[in-house]
Design a protein. Structure first.
Lengths: 947, 358
């Protein structure tokens, strides 16, 4: 460069020419590259591919439609049309003449109408001027008044003329119609018949490939005008994105690639072109969550505005999909969007954003089970959670533990609960991943010994109601347990927790209960659970003492492994050492030493026990004396799903740094994040190990992800109304008291029926209950159930619910049936003439063949039997009986009750002029004349219990 | 391989890093004749390239150098090195010519200006090539956008724009009012004052070192060592919690550094006098205040008598004091760094009562 030439140039100009040429070419190439880079977008490829797919699908639909179309009808209409055309041809001259007339009128109308429009426009201007002038100076404006009136008159004249010509033209058209009307009519009908076909054909033409479209409208740079491939989006005014400093309406562009998401017919197509799997509930325009209002990412999460696979923050459902995506889409773990998409199978977590604090949401089975699992695992007891406030402590009451268990058994139990009861939800606080080294054994045993000693030292005495119960027969006890419904809440066999599910682990698993407690305790417990524990949810099954003895005897035979033995011996020094650690954590070391030296051995153990229970939070789940006012020990989880990944400590655990990975890892082993860390014993993590399976982990993480910050505005949330509130409260109640363990309500629950060989022998469906039974009857029934179906083994227990709860349940059933009215006037039924017909029909339809009427019909399989009709007048809602008789399967699919009026409103029976409605009414009126059936109301007064 | 990496990790410790850059500057000036040779300049560039290529095989190193925000700093390292070497080479060549009795190379053809077509043409070419560079850059490196800003989550590490990373590094040693307000203000004032302080007419319009030894050395120290190399350090070597990480080290958020720094007052009252800290802030901090006053006002006087007497006479009292004051302010950064590293000194004057710390 510095070599200077003496001929007058600093540089070699020829060389510079070459450099200039080369750099110009570079510039040209890079500009083309820039345009291409801007043009070449991932989503455009999907839209091109979808155009081909849509064409294929539309063509197939068209073909199918062609086959289903009524060819005969089309043929007939075509013939009619041809006939009509002949009529026109025969009167050609007249038709031509009248057509000419209509044309002339139309032309005149056009001219006059234009004059009218102009006159009107000028008049409007002048009128305004006049108004403004008059407002300013009324006197001077007076002179213009006449002009304005004249102008208005002129406008009116023109308008009249327009109307006159219109009328004349209509007359001429009517004349013409005499010849052409028939043809137009048949043409219209033909079009109606083939409307869908024509629509498809039009669409097919529109999407067919064309040179203009493919090479010009969508070409680089030219595509700013009218491209056929373009970004699709919905903007949802009532659903917002929280971008920390403000909330903005959501703008979802997912449908730019997921082009068929709201169109039926693409169910089996590969992604991204698959139809949404549940159009009736989501995305469909008639669904409760239409795409235009709700969008996509409020449920699925992810970055709705993004247009690339990676930036949209898709989350793979499993390892296999992860690898596939990495290869196919260059997918990377999304770190730049705080709310990546929920993986498949977890989307229901988002339901809770708008359906707040609902433990059962219809159409969200995963979330429903997730919440049931969350509740069963008792997470809410240690971790405050919005929506789970006031739910009872999940573990048994330990304030009377001394009369129920032995210290030895309790120690073996807490070392590893699942060793004794595989289906238990009791987690394991000791010998977990951060405390199972050989050096931890002594400390563990010291803590266990002390905690158990504390429990027994603080146990109240309990006097059993029956001190020396007689023994019973285990065989018949087993029968009772397996038939009356115990298994709806309890597990007796070797079922795993996952197989039994959250509803059947509602009560303590009875596995190994023979080793656990004494016969006396079992007898007294089954006989009257509230005698031992006043707050228990365990109901009274109304067994006789002999039956109770059988059941208790059977339970003592359920024996299994004795559990984990102690892994180290605890001497006084071990207790001292551990207690010293606890003490020195809360007071100066010297003071700890002094405090320790002032206590004797027993006091030390009890103090250590109290501190151990406080540290591990046993009291969060169990009632323990001395901890009545303690706060739960866990982190609040109410907004855990919104927690940012940067707030989670991954320590030295080598996993992807995402929220889901952290939650999964934490649930699988709650203390794993202590791995490789140097910690003093009291600094260690203390969440106990629940030994969750992968499925349970998935459910619990789903529940966690559903606990979101409040972001969505009020308009997006489910509206509150008396009915909705009763629904939510009732749904929560029936799942928290495990009513749904036996009964199916609103499509939820009824697990017990799966244990039966014949589902019709199970507890009844309660979805229609609010429309079916009278509230006063239901109230009495729930207070003191009576036997409605004597042939069933399973029975409704006595729950001893409070009046608040009873009214809640009744209100809930009313809300389900949209029939919330505790008081209703039922028409007075008299034995009138219609009733006589009713009696006739009653005989004719042979109702008594299946229905009990005092006596149980003989020669019928039990599955055919039906309740005593004498109860109807007290029990059933008269309006409901009409609905039921008309079409039972509408109310209860699969019922054995026949539909006697399949041709409603016509009837097969001649009575009452063959009027089905009148017949049904007559039968109903007849039914309501029966008296004397079992009635809970008479019982209620007898069993006036003190609560 | 790991040995080499840990060697570089070790070298990049801020203490060593600062001492090495200062040392390299000193060696460069001292051995400038050797430094000016083509083989040294191109060899250094080649060595640097090899280092970056070698490092690119390491995932941690690669992550940090190809981050779109950091790519310009990689460029900065190469450009800085090249231009320092180039100007030093031109200066050395001119010095040799002058020593041989010839005028500097710029003096030749003094009466000719190469505008058309040379200047205009090369400018046009440069314009085109810069456009190409910017276009390709914008295509290849995507804008480093991150998740929506969140007032309750600050990024860790929170880094200033690259050109302020030197200032941010000063925050490790000084309070914000000094590192963020006073010292940057003095930098600007100082740069503006240069024409009035530096009245040496030599070196105007041509490269030279010998005629402007002190000026160039000071400038290079301030610009290359205190400003640019701290930018490099801040970009590549400061990780989560503003902890230091070697170039081949994983940025582990859990890494801890012991912060066991003590104030001067504690040294004097607690350790030397063993009497505990006085409660009155003035008594407590009197030594620190005296030290600072001496540094800002006593030292220039002392230096005028000894050491810098020649300058004092040349510049006159006003100009001399301003120049020395600015120089001392510049040197306060390395001084504080050294004191921090050697004595764990936190503050010379620490008056938390009214947020005044030096």
């Amino acid at each position: 460069m510095a070599e200077k030439k003496s001929i007058g140039h600093a540089y070699n100009i020829d060389f510079l020419n070459v450099v200039f040429a080369a750099s110009s070419i570079f510039l040209f190439v890079s500009v083309i590259w820039m345009v291409w880079d801007d043009y070449d977008r991932e989503w455009k490829g999907y839209q091109r591919r979808f155009a081909i797919l849509e064409q294929e699908v539309t063509a197939a639909n068209l073909k199918q439609l062609d086959q289903t179309i009524d060819k005969a009808a089309v043929q007939k209409l075509r013939q009619q049309h041809a006939e009509a055309e002949k009529l026109i041809a025969a009167n050609r001259a007249k038709v031509n003449e009248r057509e000419q007339q209509v044309r002339e009128f139309t032309n005149r109308l056009y001219r006059v109408n234009q004059d009218y429009q102009f006159a009107k426009a000028n008049y409007d201007v002048n009128r305004y001027d006049f108004e403004a002038r008059r407002n300013k100076d009324p006197e001077r404006a007076k002179q213009d008044q006449a002009t304005i009136h004249e102008e208005a008159r002129r406008v009116m004249e023109l308008q009249l003329e327009v109307e006159k010509i219109e009328a004349e033209r209509a007359a001429a058209q009517a004349e013409l119609g005499k010849f052409t009307g028939a043809a137009a009519d048949s043409q219209k009908k033909l079009e109606e018949l083939t409307a869908e076909r024509n629509r498809l054909e039009k669409r097919l033409n529109a999407i067919a490939p064309s040179v203009v479209k493919d090479f010009f409208r969508d070409a680089p740079l030219a595509d700013f005008m009218a491209p056929t491939i373009k970004v699709q989006q919905v903007i949802t005014p009532n659903i917002v994105d929280d971008v920390n400093f403000t909330r903005v309406v959501k703008m979802d562009r997912c449908m730019t690639c997921h082009l068929a998401i709201d169109r039926a017919g693409y169910e089996n197509r590969p992604q991204p072109f698959r139809t949404h799997p549940n159009l009736n509930v989501y995305v469909g325009s008639n669904s409760p969550h239409p795409m235009s209002d709700v969008g996509c990412t409020v449920c699925h999460e992810g970055m709705g505005q993004s247009l690339t696979f990676r930036d949209a923050s898709h989350t793979p459902a499993n390892e296999k999909q992860r690898h596939q995506w990495e290869e196919q889409y260059h997918w990377e773990e999304p770190h730049l969007w705080d709310y990546p998409m929920l993986p498949k199978g977890m989307t229901e977590a988002s339901c809770a954003k708008c359906h707040k604090s609902e433990t059962f949401i219809p159409n969200a089975p995963t979330l429903t089970r997730a919440y049931a699992t969350y509740e069963r695992a008792g997470c809410y007891a240690c971790h405050k959670t919005r929506g789970f406030e006031g739910v009872r402590k999940p573990g048994p009451n330990l304030t009377r533990i001394g009369s129920k268990l032995t210290p030895e058994w309790v120690k073996n139990w807490v070392r590893k609960p699942t060793a004794i009861k595989p289906a238990t939800w009791m987690p394991q606080p000791w010998y977990t991943s951060n405390s199972n080294g050989p050096e931890d054994a002594t400390r563990n045993e010291a803590e266990i010994d002390a905690a158990v000693a504390y429990l027994f030292a603080n146990s109240e005495t309990y006097e059993p109601a029956v001190a020396n119960p007689p023994r019973g027969d285990a065989g018949s006890g087993k029968k009772i347990v397996e038939s009356i419904g115990c298994l709806a809440c309890h597990v007796t066999g070797n079922e795993s927790r996952w197989d039994a599910g959250p509803r059947r682990t509602f009560g303590q698993p009875l596995q190994n209960i023979g080793n656990k407690t004494s016969y006396v305790w079992l007898f007294n417990w089954v006989r009257d659970p509230k005698h031992y524990s006043a707050d228990t949810y365990m109901p009274d099954l109304r067994l006789t003492d002999a039956q109770v003895a059988d059941v208790a005897t059977y339970l003592t035979t359920l024996k299994g492994p004795a559990g984990e033995e102690a892994k180290a011996q605890v001497d006084q020094k071990a207790t001292d050492d551990v207690l010293f650690d606890y003490l020195s954590a809360v007071m100066p070391v010297e003071q700890a030493r002094v405090t320790l030296s002032k206590m004797d051995g027993k006091a030390k153990q009890l103090d250590l026990g109290r501190r151990t229970i406080a540290r591990y939070g046993c009291f969060s789940c169990h009632e323990i004396k001395g901890f009545e006012k303690e706060q739960p020990i866990g982190t609040e989880l109410s907004e855990q799903g919104s927690k940012l990944t940067s707030r989670l400590d991954f320590a030295f655990v080598d996993i992807e740094h995402t929220k889901l990975d952290w939650f999964h890892t934490k649930m699988k082993d709650p203390r794993v994040f202590d791995r490789n860390r140097v910690l003093r014993p009291l600094e260690k993590l203390r969440m106990p190990d629940f030994h969750t399976t992968d499925e349970e982990t998935h459910l619990l993480v789903t529940a966690l992800m559903s606990f979101q910050r409040d972001v969505q505005p009020k308009q997006a949330l489910r509206q509150t109304s008396m009915r909705n509130d009763a629904l939510v409260a009732g749904r929560n109640f029936v799942s928290r008291r495990n009513c749904v363990g036996c009964h199916e309500i609103e499509g939820n629950g009824g697990d017990y029926k799966k244990l039966l060989s014949d589902e019709s022998l199970g507890p009844p469906l309660l979805t229609p209950e609010g429309a079916k039974v009278r509230p006063d009857w239901l109230y009495a029934f729930l207070r003191a159930p009576i036997t409605i179906r004597p042939w069933l083994d399973v029975r409704m227990p006595t729950f001893g619910l409070s009046d608040d709860h009873l009214n809640g349940v009744i209100g809930y059933f009313g809300a389900v049936s949209n029939n919330m009215r505790p008081f209703a006037t039922h028409e007075v039924v008299r034995a009138s003439d219609a009733t006589a017909t009713g009696a006739q029909l009653f005989e004719k339809l042979r109702c008594q063949q299946c229905h009990v009427l005092g006596a149980i019909p003989k020669d019928q399989p039990t599955s055919n039997l039906a309740p005593d009709l004498r109860m109807a007048s007290e029990r059933l809602q008269p309006d409901w009986i009409l609905e039921w008789l008309r079409k039972p399967s509408d109310i209860q699919p699969g019922t054995r009750m026949p539909a006697f009026w399949p041709d409603y409103p016509k009837s097969f029976y001649p009575e009452l002029g063959g009027d089905a409605a009148a017949q049904i009414r007559a039968v109903r009126d007849h039914l309501l004349t029966f008296r004397g059936g079992p009635n809970p109301k008479t019982q209620t007064t007898q069993i006036a219990s003190p609560n | 391989m790991d040995l080499i990496k840990s060697f570089f990790n070790l070298l990049a410790d801020p203490r060593l890093f600062f001492l090495l850059t200062s040392g390299a500057l000193a060696v460069m000036i001292w051995k400038r004749d050797a430094f000016a040779r083509n083989v040294v300049g191109y060899g250094l560039l080649l060595g640097l390239t090899v280092f970056f290529l070698f490092g690119a095989f390491d995932p941690n190193f690669r992550l940090i150098i190809i981050k779109p925000d950091n790519v310009p700093i990689v460029g900065l390292i190469f450009l800085l090195l090249f231009f320092v070497w180039y100007s030093m080479r031109e200066a050395v060549l001119n010095d040799q010519r002058v020593a041989a009795g010839k005028p500097p190379v710029e003096k030749e053809e003094e009466n000719r200006v190469w505008v058309w077509p040379d200047l205009v043409y090369t400018e046009l070419i440069s314009l085109i090539l810069c456009s190409v560079l910017l276009i390709v850059w914008s295509i290849v490196l995507k804008a480093p956008l991150e998740q929506p800003a969140n007032r309750s989550v600050t990024p860790n590490p929170s880094k200033a724009p690259w050109y302020f990373l030197g200032l941010q590094e000063m925050l490790v040693y000084f309070d914000p009012w000094l590192a963020g307000v006073v010292l940057p203000g003095l930098i600007i004032v100082g740069l503006m004052a240069i024409p009035y302080l530096d009245t040496n007419p030599k070196g105007n319009g041509y490269y030279t070192f010998r005629e402007r030894k002190v000026e160039i050395t000071l400038f290079l120290f301030g610009f290359a060592v205190l400003w640019s190399s701290l930018i490099v350090l801040g970009t590549f070597l400061r990780g989560p919690n503003w902890n230091f990480f070697g170039p081949f080290e994983y940025w582990d958020i859990h890494k801890l550094e012991a912060l066991t720094n003590v104030n001067l007052s504690e040294y004097i009252w607690v350790r030397a006098l063993g009497s505990g800290l006085p409660s009155n802030w003035l008594t407590r901090e009197i030594f620190g205040i005296l030290v600072v006053l001496f540094y800002a006002f006593g030292l220039p006087v002392l230096l005028a008598r000894r050491g810098l007497k020649r300058y004092y006479e040349k510049l006159g009292p006003g100009r001399y004091y301003v120049a020395v004051f600015l120089f001392l302010m510049m040197m306060s950064l390395p001084a504080k760094m050294l004191m921090r590293w050697i004595f764990n000194l936190k503050y010379i004057v620490a008056i938390p009562e009214f947020f005044f710390n030096i």
